[in-house]
Design a protein around this ligand. Structure first.
Ligand SMILES: *[C@@H]1O[C@H](CO)[C@@H](O)[C@H](O)[C@H]1NC(C)=O
Ligand SMILES: *[C@@H]1O[C@H](CO)[C@@H](O)[C@H](O)[C@H]1NC(C)=O
Ligand SMILES: *[C@@H]1O[C@H](CO)[C@@H](O)[C@H](O)[C@H]1NC(C)=O
Ligand SMILES: *[C@@H]1O[C@H](CO)[C@@H](O)[C@H](O)[C@H]1NC(C)=O
Ligand SMILES: [Zn+2]
Length: 481
């Protein structure tokens, strides 16, 4: 409560996602701060005016709704959620309560050292100007109010298997995926059949080139000087300009697009269609990375160097084969993913504001790790994304990479979520039909030269991305002379 007025400074509603929240009550639809995961449950965060809440009767609120009262001024809201990781990994870690308490301790005491702009950041305790407030907390998720300074670095403080997402600073309109937006994906799926030319094109993806590319991005080759691709690290800028040059060599037009001060930019590359059309397909990955707590090394060979080199392998093959498209094609490497999908949120909003005709979006995040005891796999999202787009990718996989065992994964919430939230048809490809099992997940040991880093699986999934792109965009090859 605010001592002067007796009112809390803000009210926050955390409630299971229900589209009728937006259709029946306009004061709530103007209070939407996005959907977030708590295990398999999707929750909406709303920040209504107290008067808006008054118009709600006890019956209209779901029994599972939580109402939090912020007693301090809110600078930045942060959602925290436990990632879906395999038991073989979580059994090594402490209990949630212990882990979360230790995390809150790091927020309040903060004996933290780092390079660059971060070392000016000083946090005080929970009662100081820079403190935090816990607004909602269960065993799988939490909503915090933190200072701007803490928000910038919170991804480096959260427990390893937790993910932090910064909420928007003002309400966002709820944008469902309209059925008309799915029309093109539906058409492509209905007509999908084996194309021997596509099979030969996607088979041309080069593993040795992917191996060289990943070793540059991780710094394993000793040539790039990259230590970390964390969004604030100098290595992320090295990676961004290197990626821009490599994609441009393949005939794309690329832009480095900054989205927030201090963050490395998004790398947005485009092949214009050979016909005059608004239709655009977008394939993406995130090139930023996260390392172990307290370490400056963040090589991110799997998360998400693997998705990034898959995109690059597609671009290099587009060049080798001289492919032209009937749609516009964008290949995008995002930054700010580890801080809460920030780069992709900015770009998805930009495309929504421009009324872009995005007919398909596929994010690749973690493609290369395979437990040596398991077959090669392709994991697809069961919660976030458009089911028809996910089905299209699954059916393409069965045709062009039949060796992959395809199934759903609960590992969620990569950059495709940003596009799904803006009403675009989107899905994700992942390395496992189950939770995360990579022992080097969010670890400074995430290198490409290790047991389980499987270039054959990486190529098999890149083939699925590329074949989906070719079927969806339409293509032509240079005529033979
Ligand atoms: C996708 O593949 C499944 C399994 O082979 C098949 O049953 C289904 O008909 C396919 N969907 C379409 C639209 O072709
Ligand atoms: C890809 O195709 C080129 C010719 O266009 C060929 O020289 C090269 O060996 C092929 N690579 C693979 C991995 O198939
Ligand atoms: C492409 O089509 C649009 C809309 O039909 C038209 O305004 C524009 O001039 C065309 N551009 C070119 C290069 O033909
Ligand atoms: C978007 O592109 C599709 C082709 O992929 C086309 O059928 C549709 O008319 C386009 N929509 C608009 C609004 O231009
Ligand atoms: Zn990732």
């Amino acid at each position: 409560m605010n001592a002067k007025t007796g009112w809390p400074l803000a009210l926050l509603l955390v409630t299971p996602f229900d589209p009728s929240l937006f259709s029946h009550n306009s004061c709530l639809s103007n209070a939407f701060y996005g959907n977030y995961q708590q295990g398999v449950t999707t929750l909406s965060v709303l920040r209504p005016e107290p008067a808006c809440l008054d118009t709600w009767t006890a019956q209209t609120l779901a029994p599972s709704v939580s109402i939090a009262e912020a007693t301090r001024e809110i600078q930045q809201l942060v959602w925290l959620e436990e990632q879906a990781v395999d038991e073989s990994l979580t059994s090594q870690t402490r209990s949630f309560r212990h882990e979360f308490d230790a995390f809150l301790d790091t927020l309040s005491t903060r004996p933290w050292h780092s390079d660059g702009p971060l070392d000016q950041v000083v946090l005080s305790d929970a009662h100081g100007r820079d403190g935090y407030e816990v607004l909602y907390r269960t065993s799988k998720a939490a909503l915090l109010s933190v200072s701007h300074n803490t928000a910038r670095i919170i991804d480096t403080l959260v427990p390893r298997f937790w993910k932090s997402t910064l909420l928007p600073t003002s309400p966002v309109p709820f944008q469902p995926v309209k059925s008309s937006a799915l029309g093109h994906a539906e058409d492509v799926l209905a007509k999908l059949k084996f194309d021997p030319v596509i099979a030969s094109i996607v088979g041309n993806i080069s593993i040795s080139q992917m191996r060289n590319d990943i070793r540059f991005l991780t710094g394993e080759d000793g040539k790039s000087g990259i230590v970390s691709r964390h969004s604030f690290a100098p290595g992320a800028l090295t990676a961004a300009s290197w990626l821009k040059t490599r994609f441009e060599e393949t005939g794309a037009t690329c832009k480095l697009k900054p989205f927030l001060p201090g963050f490395a930019p998004n790398v947005v590359c485009r092949y214009a269609g050979v016909v005059n059309t608004t239709s655009t397909v977008l394939f993406s990955a995130h090139y930023d990375s996260r390392g172990s707590f307290g370490s400056t090394r963040a090589p991110g060979a799997n998360d998400d160097g693997s998705g990034t080199v898959a995109l690059l392998s597609i671009a290099r093959t587009i060049r080798r084969k001289g492919i032209k498209f009937y749609s516009n094609v964008e290949l995008v490497a995002f930054a700010g993913e580890e801080q809460g999908l920030l780069g992709s949120k900015a770009y998805a909003r930009e495309l929504r504001d421009a009324n872009a005709n995005l007919t398909l979006m596929v994010q690749a995040d973690m493609l290369a790790y395979r437990d040596p005891g398991e077959p090669r796999q392709l994991g697809l999202p069961d919660l976030i994304g458009s089911p028809i787009v996910t089905q299209l990718v699954a059916n393409v996989s069965a045709i062009y990479s039949p060796e992959l065992h395809v199934g759903f994964t609960p590992a969620c919430c990569s950059d495709h979520q940003s596009f799904h939230e803006q009403g675009f048809p989107a899905t994700q490809v992942f390395e496992r039909a189950g939770p995360i099992k990579d022992p080097m997940y969010h670890n400074s040991g995430d290198l490409s030269n290790r047991v389980g880093y499987d270039f054959m699986q990486l190529k098999a999934i890149a083939k699925v991305q590329f074949a989906t792109l070719l079927h969806t965009a339409g293509y032509e090859l240079p005529s033979e002379h």
